[in-house]
Design a protein around this ligand. Sequence first.
Ligand SMILES: [Zn+2]
Length: 340
Amino acid sequence: MRYAFKGKEVTKFILIISFSIFITSCGEKAPDKIADDNIEVVNNQQVQGRGEGKDNWWDNLPRAHWDNFEKVEQDQDWFEVYKITEDIYAIYEMGQFEEAICYLILGSERALLFDTGIGVGAIKKLVSNLTDLPVSVLNSHTHYDHVGGNHYFDTIYGTSTEYTANHTMGRPNNEVREFVGPGWVWKPMPNGVTVNNYYSKPFTITNFINDGDKIDLGDRVLEVFLVPGHTPDALVVMDRAGRLMFTGDTFYPASLYAHMGDANFDDYVKSAERLATMSKDVDILLPAHNEPWVSSDYLQAMYDGFLAIQKPGTQYNIADGDREYRFDGFTIMVSDPPPW
Ligand SMILES: [Zn+2]
């Protein structure tokens, strides 16, 4: 099953677009007010530890990359929905700093929702308007911006790690309130959500998932691979027949977080090496942030990047006290001093 858009010329086109967008995110011009008059920040001190591009993240919006896809009309302003292929929808939260992307992947009998966003929008209602198929959830990992809508769903796949188990208990307001505060959000929040009442609701893992497990959606089999590093429970999903890989936060075209407290650098390098060997099996990556369709060439580039940064003399910037190493279309963030 190969998609109409396939072929190097399109991915090259998408690569050029994403590179030019990456360049502009480094604060080359003063940010314009996007929407809400109350939120105009020149140097975004509210968002910390998220790389150089965080200061003027709204400058990138809207990202031209999404013009390649059919926008689906729906009644929730918080979300933007795009038809990526005949049987894949991207659900995009571009009103909040993370610009999280969830994917609704359709088979002939079942559907899988890969991630559920930060949890301010009614994602189950949204999904039920997109398909009549029964929907299960799998998270690329359990950071707050990927599990927020889990609580709406009855069938949730997850790893058996202690890390995942801890996050099934939800996160209270004091742990997540900043993520919907000034500098993080520019769109009005729906459903009466405010910085004072926002929290991440508990959920229950109903099916444990292990490395190499398959999820059969009916005429479509997805393979799950555990790739710890960004977090202990990071995973990717491969649609081998479609030559697609849903990469979560392990790879996306921006700052890769190998510096956070729950990241493990050595694991990330091992996972990057493993993914580089898989790049021959996929053509397109569907990441969990910013843009939904990038070249699988990034898998090798990411591994090469992780090797390059460990070499003495490799250039880096300091962003909010962390090291940021820049590559073509992405950066790698590590702590300073580095974990090697
Ligand atoms: Zn994450």
